[in-house]
Write a protein that binds this ligand. Sequence first.
Ligand code: 2P0
Length: 352
Amino acid sequence: MTPHKYFIVTATAPVNIAVIKYWGKRDEVLILPLNDSVSFTLSQDQLCATTTACISPAFTNDAFWLNGKEESLENPRIQNCLKEIRRRAKESCSSCGSEDDITSWPVHICSANNFPTAAGLASSAAGYAAMVVAVAEVYGVSGGDLSVAARQGSGSACRSVLGGIVRWYKGEQLDGSDSVARQVAPPDHFGELHAILCVASGRRKKTGSTEGMRRCVKTSLVMNMRLTSTVDARTKNIVKAIAEKDWSSFCDLTMSDSQEMHAACLTASPPVVYMTDTSHAVVELVHEYNRVVVKEGQPQLKICYTFDAGPNACLFVPAAAVGQVMSLLLKVFPPSDHCTLDTYLRGLPCPT
Ligand code: 2P0
């Protein structure tokens, strides 16, 4: 008996944090956004998803495991990603039609995050990006723009296939062919930066991003203002601030955009509430810290916050300010005896 063939690829993709938020879709099936967004992809060795894809003629069907648990493949988003990659594999396949036509082999996919899923830390972005890279490689898809395939899993995932500062263009085409991500600047563009994630809660968010966006687009006047008059100008300004290495303006624009997204959420009906009192206390602390460093003539030490669809802040902090900012955070928000980083990373609720 001839042994079966198995091809295996493992890929990792980091989380990305948006500084200009993707919030609102023009097409829910193709996952096309209403505005361009800009993000920072964190480094590969931190919060990331790891995906292993294995194909073999011995498999009878596709299968998918997330964090060790088998999940249904009915999910149309996973289906769309697989369809897009298999379509490309067939286009460039040398074995098609032969006995060794790997594009017809089923795939088994195992994905795991090293941080809690659905806690507002963009787990889907890293997850779909890693999955698309692993599956594309195992089927021999070389070249091409993987951001388009990742986008069909989760919008923000298209930004995680690239490193550094990334812009996702909303695009104009109905088929989404020009809704792609491109690197705007390399990871070290602003010198050594740290992302400090202030975890206010590791629990699953109440309103998922898809529903939150939908409700804002339908009912929020602030969202309407964002889409008609503010977000495009802010995007232009942040791209200019990046090109000019203007860290101070970059920080101000990042914080404004986060505040605007959450104002849109609060003015939706019913309101979409992601930030908590702790989140607002972090906002206040950052503004106070920035006021002091600017007064002292050190705007290069400014920091900025941004909040995704959850209560946890991500702070971007220049390396020279990390020590001071960490001491400040630990003083104002002393860690609870019960809730250790380990508890959090294992996704367990912190005992009260
Ligand atoms: C972002 N977020 O730009 C924004 C800011 C959350 C707040 O992208 O429906 O999980 O899968 O396309 O990508 C979260 O939304 O939404 C997100 P879908 P996704 O990072």
